[in-house]
Design a protein around this ligand. Structure first.
Ligand SMILES: [Fe+2]
Length: 448
């Protein structure tokens, strides 16, 4: 049974399951070399089809991440793009007005929901069209999987299948939500709580990233990395600004917010004036760590389950993950690797696999993922051809160290450094150009 999973939003990715096991997965950025490439992952899907030698008739189901399109990348026609462009300025003005006049906020929220629904309806055809161009499957074999259900189904790749687990998802937003808490028992996943996208921890972190002049949905790791440079004394001064904005309602699984996520930029502009950049990073990081730990604590108290699975973009925050790992209440922990929307392609496919198994009366058994080497691989001959075709030998001294790992370790020991490719699903050896570059670059370093 073949299931194709597709994330056509941020960090577009495609994956292929064969009988419930990931046999191939790659992000579009690996082919286009555009970081966090969004939109339909055309080249990734083509690569999956070619390497697996499958045709439209072989695919049992194609599962898209989310009912709602990632509008920024989905809207293809000039007319729809124009509509989106024209509505931008009124939307910004409406938000400003809402922030100043709280009585308008229910109207603003309702208006936003309506715009989202219209946008989804307009863009849904745009999502299927590029798939049919690459893989003409019958439309009854296409499924749109709820965004957070897909994140939660990443649990299927954990080593905890068969034992009761607590599955927590947190991200910016997807299909109207920014988080869910579910209980996994046997092959059933039951959602017990959800967090609206108007109260989004993921959005808040991205908005801080943007407020500090960095790129949202990409540079959050820099805010996390900046946080420990601030003294506790300075963090204490900025922390109340965020604690006042968002927090957990006592011992529940719900968040309370002062202003909804879409209005937070105005709150930040008003309240963060005069606060140091490192205090802001330190304070938001402290708040995120505290809230996540408290949320996990409350969920464990409510369910009595101490085996925890985390998924969704917020858990790219490794420092917060470390706090969860160190909680005495947590017995076992699994965090899906590269757990942003790129892994949503896999979660959506896992969900689709379950649907197919149920329809055909087959058992649905999980298989823990072992590694992430699911993308393109390149042989020495491929690399040598690339070097030759691009005449790189004329510009660089090229050699291949006998023991690459030993060689790299020695360079690290000498405090040498080199670029590191991060994020997204990659192959064992990455992109051909990257592989060649590594050889060349290492050689240059080794020659001093
Ligand atoms: Fe997500």
């Amino acid at each position: 049974m073949y299931i194709l999973g597709i994330n056509d939003g941020h960090l577009a990715t495609a994956c292929l399951l064969q009988d419930g096991r990931v046999i191939a997965c790659v992000s579009e950025e690996r082919f286009t070399r555009i970081k966090n490439e969004t939109g339909f992952p055309r080249r990734a899907v083509k690569w999956l089809i070619e390497t697996s030698a499958i045709g439209p008739g072989d695919v049992d189901l194609v599962c898209f991440l989310g009912h709602r399109a990632f509008l920024g990348s989905m809207v293809r026609s000039e007319f729809k793009r124009g509509l989106s462009h024209i509505s931008h300025t009124p939307r910004v003005w409406m938000r400003r007005l809402e922030y100043r006049l709280p009585s308008l906020r229910p109207v603003g929220t309702a208006g936003r929901r309506a715009v989202q629904r219209i946008g989804t309806a307009l863009a849904s055809g745009d999502r299927v069209k590029p798939l049919l161009e690459v893989l003409p499957v019958p439309e009854d074999r296409i499924l749109f999987v709820d965004h957070h259900t897909a994140h939660a189904y990443c649990w299927y790749g954990s080593p905890f299948i068969g034992k009761p687990s607590l599955v927590i998802t947190l991200d910016g937003e997807g299909d109207g939500l920014s988080g869910t808490i579910s209980v996994a028992k046997d092959s059933m996943l039951t959602r017990i709580a959800q967090i609206d996208d108007t109260n989004s921890l993921g959005h808040l972190y991205s908005q801080i990233t943007e407020y500090m002049g960095m790129k949202p949905l990409e540079h959050e790791y820099k805010v996390m990395g900046l946080a420990p440079y601030c003294s506790e004394y300075n963090i204490d001064k900025t922390y109340p600004v965020f604690a006042e904005l968002i927090g957990l309602v006592d011992d529940t699984l719900s968040l309370r917010v002062k202003v909804r996520s879409q209005l937070v930029p105005y709150y930040l502009q008003e309240r963060l004036r005069g606060h140091r950049f490192d205090s802001i990073a330190g304070a938001i990081q402290r708040l995120i760590e505290e809230l996540i730990v408290k949320l996990v604590q409350n969920a464990i108290a409510a369910t009595g389950i101490r085996t925890v699975v985390l998924s969704g973009g917020v858990f790219m925050n490794v420092k917060a993950n470390m706090c969860v790992m160190e909680m005495p209440e947590v017995e076992e922990l699994f965090i899906f690797p590269s757990c942003g929307d790129e892994s949503g392609a896999i979660g959506a496919a896992y969900y689709g696999y379950k649907q197919c198994c149920e329809r055909q009366g087959l058992p649905w058994e999980g298989e823990s993922i072992r590694d992430l080497y699911w993308g393109p691989q390149y042989t020495d001959a491929d690399i040598e051809r690339y070097i030759r075709d691009h005449n790189l030998a004329a510009q660089y001294i090229i050699e291949k160290p006998g023991d690459m790992i030993q060689h790299v370790a020695q360079l690290l020991g000498k405090e040498k450094s080199w670029p590191v490719a991060t994020g997204g699903w990659n192959g064992a050896h990455g992109h051909l150009a990257t592989a060649a570059f590594w050889l060349i670059h290492l050689t240059l370093i080794s020659y001093g």
